[in-house]
Design a protein around this ligand. Sequence first.
Ligand code: ZN
Length: 58
Amino acid sequence: MKSFACGDVVPGCTASWVSSTDDEILVMVAQHASAVHGIHAVSAELAQSVTDRIVVVS
Ligand SMILES: [Zn+2]
């Protein structure tokens, strides 16, 4: 499984996700970024920084 914590990109945010694929995490992060952080379009740079911080968990 893959895991991503929003706080790794946005200090102070406690949201985190676990999914089987990077793509699913990116979809959930995009929804969260729009709803919570007012980021309505995830740039390539942001997507890359999220991908870079996705960790593999068992
Ligand atoms: Zn967040």
